[in-house]
Structures are given as C-alpha cells and as structure tokens.
Design a protein around this ligand. Structure first.
Ligand code: FES
Length: 271
C-alpha cells in the first residue's frame, strides 16, 4: 500500500523547485544527494521508491546508486517512519548509565522493537549510537533533540506526552520537538529559524573549557613538522560559541571570564 502522496502535479513542481535550490549549492549535482534524500523524507515520511527515482532523475544517477547511499545511513528510513523517532542511546557509556534499561522499558510499553513503529504511526523506536552527549548520559533523542540524563520513568512520561499529542520540550536546545517531516526539511537545508533556540552546551559539556581557563592551559603550538605536513600553522584557541568552536552558546559564563571571551586566560600563560 502506498502511504505517500503520488509524485505528480503540485507535489512534483514543489519538489523540483526545492531540489533546484539544493543542487544550486553544489558544483556537482550528485553532491546534493544527501540533502535531497532528506527532502524526500520531509515529503513522504521515509525514502520512498518514488523518492529514490526522483533523486536519480534529478541528479543523473541510477536508482541503484541512490539506494546504495540511502541504505548506508541509518538516518534514511526505508519504510514509513513515525511522527517522532525516539532514539535511545545504548552505546557504551549511556548503556551502563541506564540506556539499556530505558530502551527495554520503552520497548515493552510501546510494544515495538528497534526500528519499529507503533500502530498509530506516532513513535518509531530505535537504539542509537553515541550522540556526543556522553556527559549527560543516559541520553534519549527525539527527532534529534536532546533529552539528557533520562530514567525509564522520565522517558516513559515524555513518550506518553507525545502519544497524547501534548507539546514536549527537550532538556536543552530547541524549545519544542518538531515532527519527523519538519525535521527532515531542516536537514534538507531549509532552516525553520529555530537554530538559535535554547542552550546548546550546558555546564557539563563546558567543564573542560572552564578548567582550561582556570588552569591557564592552551593547546601546544604547531611544530615545524606539523607545518610541513600541512597541519594548521597558526593555532587559534577556540572560543565557546566562536567560529573555531564546536561549542554553542554557553548557558552561563565560564568562571574566570565572560561568555564568548578568553579574559580568563593571560597571553603570557599561552606562550
Ligand atoms: S554513549 Fe550515549 S551519548 Fe555518548
């Protein structure tokens, strides 16, 4: 049974316009395959057979080539996904901190296993790998929003709210969870204007940066052999929230300096 709108009429026109906007960002159209697959998911709720054909025709690829990519990445779904993907991290740290227990509890409560969707189409449950949030283990992701330091009880409460259609807020990041289709459109490269909502990095994530400032630690300078091998010649100390940082806006200024500055570290201490 086809569970998505046919590729014809207004849908085809809409997707062709979106695809043109996506491919225009790349010098080679085939480089746009990943965002195009997200675009298909934003329309169909998964990577449908028609979506694969659409990507192939748009990018000058074969359907086999598109399928090969779509089946490689677990973020691309080959069967209709739920409105919310509930991913429980069961990688090493989260698992021993309770991730396995959370997954087992949710699985029993929802009556589904890994990569299965509830009969009402609300929830797809997944075991997921490390989401680089080990400092907040055990972590649950809902449509890739963080739910930190979960317990079986807190995870059940969140999932029951989703099923009841009530709004749910992540523990950090965006102020609410959007649908799988809405999230997929953002991943396709069409921002929803909410990227700046909330706090990206909390105190646990910034503990290392705070300690470095307090202790006056800095990355060692590049050596001549680094420069010869093409490594960065002029090391730049990353600033939380800055261009060189993977850290989003801190929730509070690290001790010893104001947020977004390195006033807590003296130049003489870096020499
Ligand atoms: S092991 Fe779960 S976020 Fe890293």
């Amino acid at each position: 049974m086809v569970s998505y709108e046919p590729y014809e009429g207004a849908k085809t026109e809409r997707m062709a316009a979106d695809a043109a906007a996506i491919t225009a960002r790349y010098p080679d159209p085939r480089s746009a395959l990943l965002p195009l697959l997200h675009l298909v998911q934003s329309e169909d709720g998964f990577v449908s057979p028609d979506g694969i054909a659409f990507c192939a025709a748009t990018l000058g690829l074969t359907t086999a080539e598109v399928s090969a990519v779509a089946t490689f990445y677990s973020q691309f779904k080959r069967h209709p996904n739920g409105t919310y993907t509930v991913g429980v991290c069961t990688n090493t740290l989260c698992a021993i901190m309770g991730g396995d227990a959370i997954f087992d509890e949710l699985s029993a409560h929802l009556g589904v296993g890994h990569d299965e969707t509830t009969a009402d189409g609300a929830i797809t449950l997944e075991r997921i790998e490390c989401n680089a949030a080990c400092d907040y283990a055990p972590v649950m992701m809902i449509n890739w929003e963080f739910f930190d330091e979960q317990t079986p009880e807190s995870a059940l409460a969140v999932v029951d709210k989703l099923i009841a259609g009530e709004p749910v807020a992540p523990t950090r990041g965006a102020s609410s969870v959007c649908t799988f289709k809405a999230m997929s459109r953002v991943l396709a490269g069409f921002p929803d204007g909410r990227a700046g909502e909330g706090v990206g990095a909390g105190p646990a994530t910034l503990a290392g940066a705070r300690l470095a400032r307090e202790k006056g630690w800095a990355a060692p300078a590049a050596t001549a052999s680094d420069a010869a091998s093409g490594a960065q010649e002029t090391p730049v100390a990353p600033v939380p929230g800055g261009e060189q940082s993977s850290v989003d806006t801190p929730s509070a200024p690290p001790s010893g300096g104001a947020a977004g500055t390195d006033s807590g570290r003296k130049a003489s201490e870096e020499a």
